[in-house]
Design a binder for this molecule. Structure first.
Ligand SMILES: NC(=O)c1ccc[n+]([C@@H]2O[C@H](COP(=O)([O-])OP(=O)(O)OC[C@H]3O[C@@H](n4cnc5c(N)ncnc54)[C@H](OP(=O)(O)O)[C@@H]3O)[C@@H](O)[C@H]2O)c1
Length: 236
């Protein structure tokens, strides 16, 4: 183990965007801590898989503590775990509200708190929050206020934390995806979802990975929300 080898924590790492981020950071020779409820252990000394429900306030701090115990440092946190439940506003149940808020917001809050504490010691770090284009571009065909409420919170918190920690060597950015081809969307929905984007196609996981790696390599960029949404944020 080299002490100068960087360490990234990726939440929601078992599939989709999170799994691709794990591979991308491993290709960059980062040591990776990958977490989700169902994640499987792998035979790679530089990849630690930790199971947990990110909506439980103790999971994030536990993941950060294990990252420090195994790898000694935390350089980057990607808050990627998230769920999407579309429904009409008046139809959302209290259980749905609790589940979306826990996964998308509570997970972000306590994981980031513990990670930034660790980053502060080294006066260096980077947090990336994965939001959604629905924060800025509500769509009458996809009523989903819980996505806007929770991911909008992450979007605002990105700028708030970027400013709070700007003098501490810690950057905080967000990536705002349009609809991305992942297990989140069944193939039968792809054509209709593709049509939501000015470019006329779905986004690919590689589009989001490229955006996160750009932010990783951009030391003068903080408080930014990078729109990776096939033009949705520009208009229709
Ligand atoms: N795909 C899109 O079109 C799209 C668009 C905009 C934003 N996003 C955002 O991008 C992120 C990744 O999306 P994706 O499309 O890759 O989703 P996905 O394929 O559904 O994967 C979601 C990941 O989050 C984990 N997860 C879900 N609930 C969790 C919980 N309670 N505790 C811990 N982990 C949990 C899942 O693992 P387990 O089941 O093992 O826990 C899985 O690894 C999400 O934040 C999503 O909101 C996606």
């Amino acid at each position: 183990m080299q002490d100068n080898q960087k360490v990234v924590i990726v939440t929601g790492a078992s599939q989709g965007i999170g799994a691709a981020l794990v591979e991308a950071y491993r290709r960059r020779n980062y040591r990776v801590v990958a977490t989700s409820r169902s994640i499987e252990p792998v035979a790679d000394a530089n990849l630690l898989a930790i199971r947990g429900d990110i909506g439980d306030p103790s999971t994030g701090p536990d993941v950060v503590a294990k990252a420090l115990a195994h790898f000694g440092r935390v350089d980057t946190l990607i808050n990627n775990a998230g769920i999407f439940l579309a429904n009409r506003f008046t139809r959302y149940s209290a259980e749905e509200y609790d589940r979306v808020v826990a996964t998308n917001l509570t997970g972000f809050f306590f994981t980031t708190q513990a990670a930034i504490e660790a980053m502060e010691e080294r006066r260096s770090g980077h947090v990336v929050n994965i939001t959604t284009s629905l924060v800025r571009q509500a769509n009458s065909n996809v009523p989903s206020v819980l996505a806007s409420l929770t991911k909008g919170g992450l979007d605002a918190a990105t700028r708030s934390l970027a400013i709070e920690y700007a003098r501490n060597g810690i950057r905080v950015n967000a990536v705002s995806p349009g609809v991305i081809r992942t297990p989140m969307h069944g193939p039968e929905t792809h054509e209709a979802l593709a049509a939501l984007h000015p470019v006329g196609r779905l986004g690919e996981v590689s589009d989001i990975v490229g955006a996160v790696l750009y932010l990783e390599d951009a030391p003068f960029v903080t408080g930014e929300t990078l729109h990776v949404d096939g033009g949705q944020s520009a208009g229709h």
